[in-house]
Design a protein around this ligand. Structure first.
Ligand SMILES: [Zn+2]
Ligand SMILES: [Zn+2]
Length: 457
């Protein structure tokens, strides 16, 4: 087997990995870096000769895993592309949105290479994708077979991260190679926990996102949901509203499900809920796919049950923020020009308002800066606007879509791989796994793949 990490650094960036198994060449995931721009946001595709791949496999529809797929497909037009049905539906929406964002950035930030692909290319790309079901055996020729044979096959396993997300198991050369993708073993509010293979695995390529922090003692999703509800009720007592910055895909639907459950319990009954832009399109897809991909509350139609109001960018700048309202707006990192950034600007200096964070934010992003600020600090959410003095309440909740490191380690122990390749983590996260595995599983070889370097196993 040959392996190349196509990311440009050891980090959670533009995820993409080259694998050669049984003479077949493939790439898993084709991400786009959320913090870099232009060519630098792409994985290092130049290390694979154009026209040389047999297959491209996608684990899930987050930008850091599919954002550059049309670029990779342009270079590798002969390669077949596989993903689950829900990932295909979601990726289509995500890529078109990405064209819009890049077109705006071309003008605003003067990036001449943007957009990296067009709406037409995104349409053309999605027509070529082949949807595969969970726990089915497929060949890279796109044939579903009843049982694995001597040739290279792959299977998708639910990874519990977002709708349609999958880990991918390859069988070749008498070995099993498993790529976890982004995984959560715990139940979320809407998503079920991962449903991963349990037998022995030879080579495990595993995400390490949360390797840098331990799970809080006594943490449970249910208890965190109760704390969240109590905080919402408290915040309303101050006479204001709540902004919840959320990723459009995944976190928005998790929060809407929570709000639905709270309403079923008789809480927050007449509280108006607002969402916007891309979140609306993605929520419609979650409703359409409710029984087509593993999740809880199969029959639950979020838009009907929660009845959120939809806000445009213009609404966000002019609407009366009011009291006792919940604004679950993207982006999760409060990136400039997004709805959550624009509303954040408006309520930052008002002590009756609140901002609740429910997920990860890069420390250098506007959300990261706001999380780190103390009351009275000057905070700048938009570089084009003056800093403002922080007066609103800022709180944080842990509704992560990634497995805590302890459970990832348990999984490694369970499948006792001969080799573990650590990916999708910042250096401190990766090194926690490195030392834990080296100490407790001395028979397992640990590889921290250097970007661009070719490994032969
Ligand atoms: Zn993800
Ligand atoms: Zn990811």
């Amino acid at each position: 087997m040959r392996f190349i990490n196509l990311t440009r650094q050891t980090e959670i960036g533009a995820n993409s990995y080259f694998l050669e198994l049984d003479g077949k060449k493939l790439v898993i995931d084709a991400g786009l870096h959320p913090k870099h721009e232009g060519e630098a946001a792409l994985p290092y595709y130049r290390s694979i000769p154009d026209g040389s791949l047999d297959g491209i496999l996608i684990s899930h529809a987050h930008q850091d895993h599919i954002g550059s797929l049309p670029v990779l497909m342009r270079r590798q037009s002969q390669a077949r592309v596989f993903m689950t049905h829900a990932t295909a539906k979601l990726s289509d929406v995500m890529l078109h949105n990405s064209v819009n964002v890049m077109s705006r950035q071309r003008d605003e930030l003067r990036i001449p290479t943007y957009p990296l692909f067009t709406h037409r290319e995104a349409d053309h790309a999605s027509e070529l994708w082949q949807s595969v079901g969970f726990r089915q055996y497929w060949t890279l020729e796109g044939e579903r077979i009843p049982r694995p044979n001597h040739e290279l096959t792959f299977e998708m396993y639910g990874s519990g991260h977002i709708l349609g997300s999958a880990g991918i198991l390859f069988r070749a050369e008498g070995k099993k190679v498993f790529y976890t993708g982004d995984v959560n073993f715990l139940e979320q509010t809407l998503m079920r926990g991962a449903d991963f293979p349990e037998g022995e695995i030879d080579i495990l390529i595993i995400e390490t996102t949360r390797g840098d922090r331990e799970l809080e003692v006594g943490y449970s999703r249910k208890a965190e949901e109760r704390r969240f509800l109590a905080a919402i009720i408290d915040a309303f007592k101050k006479g204001g509203s709540i902004l919840i910055p959320v990723f459009a895909l995944g976190k928005t639907q998790e929060i809407l499900t929570m709000l639905h459950l709270f309403k079923c319990q008789g809480a927050l009954r007449h509280v108006p809920i607002y969402i916007g832009g891309l979140s609306t399109k993605i929520t419609i897809l979650h409703d359409q796919l409710a029984s087509h991909a593993p999740r809880q509350y199969e029959g639950l139609q979020l838009l009907d049950s929660v009845g959120p109001h939809v806000l445009s960018s213009r609404d966000v700048q002019t609407t009366q923020i009011g009291r006792r309202r919940i604004y679950a707006l993207s982006s999760g990192m409060m990136t400039e020009k997004t709805l959550s950034n624009q509303l954040g600007e408006r309520l930052l200096t008002d002590s009756s308002q609140s901002v609740f964070f429910v997920g990860y934010a890069d420390p250098e992003s506007p959300a990261g800066r706001l999380k780190a600020a103390h009351p009275g600090d000057l905070v700048q959410l938009d570089q084009g606007q003056p800093s403002q003095r922080l007066a609103c309440q800022v709180s944080e909740f842990d509704f992560s879509a990634h497995a805590p490191r302890e459970l990832l380690f348990d999984y490694i122990r369970k499948v006792s791989p001969k080799m573990v390749i650590l990916v999708h983590g910042d250096p401190p996260a990766v090194s926690w796994f490195d030392s834990r595995i080296s100490k407790e599983l001395p028979g397992t070889i640990v590889v921290i793949p250097e970007p661009g370097k070719e490994y032969e196993f």
